[in-house]
Design a protein around this ligand. Structure first.
Ligand code: ADP
Ligand code: ZN
Length: 744
């Protein structure tokens, strides 16, 4: 758990290129001491041969006996830029992660492991028997996991074997046995080394800015010219021309002879987004994101390191791109929760961007239509400069939002899925050949199944959650661990042969709409139907070309997409977002509704938004309806200030997990008591050790301790010392989540 960092030491932690996810200890021989540094590429004996490895850190002792010694240094200079190494150290310290994890984060695997650039990639496609009913039936019965893998594959047609292994949680060997039955085909694929190959880009010129944009750009340029660190927030409604301001600020950075990084949420990193940057900056731009193959990532990274690409656009980890002479970092949609990494180091890319900016004296540009409370508090404090863009750049009207009270929408006394307004709204769009987007926060067909006699609800055997019904697959599925099983023919408790289907998901929406509008072309976009990058891009392409009338989806469709012909957006069940058990639920709901609404009316015809809810008076609903984001957020900020919630206090969550519930509880209690004693600083609140909201996932029990403190260090320092002292056994895991966004 220790994040103590050493420059050099007697034992080096090395990641070796043949073993992807493990580190090995090697003795640093005397003649190499002082020369081997964190980030150095070294030669190591590995089994019978010598190979290359990468030094991630140093230690005094090793738990392994009989260590071998490093045999040499492959490059005199470490591959890691010194400022990135420093940042990794800071990150390890602040987020309580081992330095090894932090170094892994700032140096992509494809760069650390030279062999990676030559690795072959296997593609998988449905085979000749993929639609053979007899084979399928047999498979569903004998190997439901393999059947589920095939379902995933069928919805996207082609993907990387490694992606399917991950998505379906089936071992590679199972896929090979499916291959023998003709269910799938596996082939070695050629790799496209340039992720943008085959795409043409129209060169675009800077647009003349409107008054608001010009004022914002002036402020940003002043910071760039001063060479000082300053954070600017560009708070502008969707379509207000924030991206155009980014582009012109980036041009200014290039004119200064410097480089820049642009972070966007993974989900917004569409060809459309890339095109806008490529159109302005051409070859001088690199893209880094998780869909790149190892080879592509390797090449892009080195293009940046050599200074051939001076602008990097990418998701979270692009923050650590080795841009030479960095001048600015842009964080688009800064309020997005996906900037927080869910595994160690649990860093927030926006916060780390600000930290990198502070250390390297950079201009940091945050942009959003719905900024986070954290950022707005920094504006109120005078720490950040804010620029407002109140109007759409193209002078188009913001859409009108209508709130429909679902308590009054019943059919024969029973609740309905669609209000009359929404049905009529869709019909109107179909008649006018305009497009509609429907948003629902829940995938699957129904939320769960329930026995009408005894009330039994099937749960996941490995997690404490109810199973979701997916009709097309005829399965119950766990949305936490992926477990899937056929719907049992009878209730296992009372043997009744009937199930009630409770709640609605995107799949049911699709079904119902197909019945209501048989002539319409309807597609669903959620993580069930979109399992590959290809499927996602295909549907987006079809939608853009008008080959789809109605797009149904989860979060996936709420962000950043720009379709001029969409004139109606429906939020089917606002309550599923409002009722999250989290102090950020209100903030997230307003952000989501505002973002979803921003998808409507981006063309010549004004847009309409219909929001269905059982709680029409909820302040978040009202704020979204009036477009009154500011008033809602001001009240939210006051509430958090009074109650001592983030950002007024920092939140640190300690998670304790393991398969033996007694041991988990015991360690959690011990830890809590020790913390209670050790933290003497006033203004720290510590909860009892308690089971997490989902008390068991994948067979592992989960306890947590939630800590709120005005400073992080006064908690993490003693916490780390206690953990080192308690030295929990390997069967128990303790994770520390600093500035936690998610309490699950
Ligand atoms: P945002 O990033 O705030 O959502 P965009 O930058 O995507 O907004 O701008 C929305 C639309 O307005 C785009 O089609 C863009 O080309 C156009 N636009 C932006 N700035 C201007 C401007 N100054 N003059 C004319 N059109 C503009
Ligand atoms: Zn499960």
């Amino acid at each position: 758990m220790s994040a103590e960092v050493q420059q050099t030491g007697p034992i080096a932690r090395v990641v070796v290129d043949v073993a992807l996810d493990r580190e090995f200890d090697y003795i640093v021989p005397e003649e190499l001491q002082g020369q081997v540094k964190v980030g150095s590429m070294v030669l190591v004996p590995f089994g019978p041969r010598k190979t290359e490895g990468f030094v991630l850190g140093f230690r005094e002792k090793s738990e392994f006996a009989r260590l071998k010694a490093l045999s040499g240094l492959a490059h005199a200079e470490p591959l890691l830029l010194p400022e990135l190494l420093d940042l990794a150290r800071w990150m390890a310290e602040y987020y309580c992660s081992p330095i090894e994890h932090a170094v892994r984060t700032v140096l992509p695997a494809s760069v650390r492991q030279r062999g990676a650039s030559f690795r072959k990639q296997l593609h998988i496609r449905p085979g000749a028997n993929a639609e053979n009913e007899t084979e399928l039936k047999a498979l569903r019965k004998r190997a439901p996991k393999q059947a589920a893998a095939l379902d995933i594959l069928m919805s996207g047609q082609e993907m990387l074997v490694s992606d399917l292994v991950r998505a379906a949680k089936v071992p590679h060997a199972s896929l090979r046995s499916m291959e023998q039955k003709g269910l799938v085909r596996i082939e070695e694929g050629t790799r496209e080394r340039d992720p943008l190959k085959g795409m043409t880009f129209l060169k675009t010129e800077a647009l003349p800015l409107n008054g608001e944009q010009a004022e914002a750009l002036e402020g940003i340029q002043a910071t760039l010219d001063s060479g000082e660190h300053r954070v600017h927030l560009l708070h502008g409604v969707t379509g207000s021309g924030k991206t155009e301001v980014y582009l012109q600020a980036l041009q200014h950075v290039l004119d200064q002879g410097k480089g820049a990084i642009v972070l966007v949420p993974e989900i917004s990193l569409t060809p459309q987004t890339v095109e806008r940057f490529r159109g302005r900056f051409g070859e001088g731009m690199a893209v880094l994101h998780s869909h790149l193959s190892d080879g592509e990532r390797h090449d892009e990274w080195h293009r940046v390191r050599r200074g051939e690409a001076r602008i990097v656009v990418g998701a979270r980890s692009a923050l650590f791109a080795p841009v030479r002479n960095l001048g600015m970092i842009v964080v688009d949609e800064e309020h997005e929760g996906t900037y927080k990494q869910e595994e160690s180091p649990r860093y927030h890319a926006r916060d780390m961007a600000v930290m990198r900016g502070h250390r390297e004296k950079l201009c940091i540009l945050l942009g959003s239509a719905t900024p986070s409370v954290e950022t707005l508090v920094n504006v109120q404090n005078g720490k950040y400069a804010m620029h407002r863009l109140l109007n759409r750049a193209d002078d188009r009207q913001l859409p009108v939002m209508k709130v429909v009270d679902m308590r009054h929408q019943k059919h024969e006394g029973r609740p309905v899925l669609f209000s009359n307004d929404l049905v009529e709204g869709i019909r109107l769009r179909l008649n006018r050949a305009e497009q509609t987007i429907l948003f629902l926060n829940r995938r699957g067909y129904s939320n769960h199944v329930c026995c009408p006699d005894c009330g039994h609800i099937p749960e996941c055997p490995d997690c404490d959650v109810v199973l979701t019904y997916h009709r097309r697959l005829g399965y119950l599925r766990c949305h936490f661990c992926g477990h899937a099983e056929p719907v049992p023919p009878e209730c296992p408790v009372c043997t009744k042969q009937d199930w009630t289907f409770v709640g609605s998901g995107t799949e049911k929406l699709e079904n119902t709409l197909n019945k209501l509008f048989p002539q319409a072309k309807i597609r669903r976009m959620d993580s069930d139907s979109m399992t590959s990058k290809l499927a996602y891009q295909t549907v987006l392409g079809q939608f853009r070309r008008g080959e789809i009338d109605l797009l149904i989806g989860t979060q996936m469709i709420a962000k950043g997409l720009h379709f001029p012909n969409v004139t109606l957006v429906g939020v089917v069940n606002a309550d599923s977002t409002l009722n999250m058990p989290d102090f950020r639920a209100g903030e997230r709901a307003v952000q989501l509704f505002t973002q979803v609404a921003g998808r409507a009316g981006r063309g010549d015809v004004a847009g309409e938004v219909i929001l269905q809810t059982y709680t029409p008076t909820h302040p978040a609903v009202q704020a979204a309806r009036r477009g009154d984001f500011d008033v809602f957020i001001d009240e939210e900020i006051e509430g958090r200030r009074m109650l001592g919630y983030p950002p007024f206090k920092r939140m640190i969550v300690v998670h304790i997990r393991g398969e033996d519930v007694r041991k988990v509880e015991e360690l959690a209690l011990k830890l809590q008591r020790a913390l209670h004693q050790a933290i003497t600083h006033p203004g720290v609140d510590l909860t009892e050790a308690m089971p997490s909201p989902v008390p068991r996932i994948q067979k592992r029990y989960r306890y947590q301790i939630v800590i709120r403190s005005s400073q992080v260090k006064v908690v993490t320092r003693p916490l780390r010392a206690i953990l080192q002292h308690l030295a929990p056994p390997k069967s128990l895991q303790v994770h520390i989540d600093v500035d936690a966004l998610n309490l699950m």
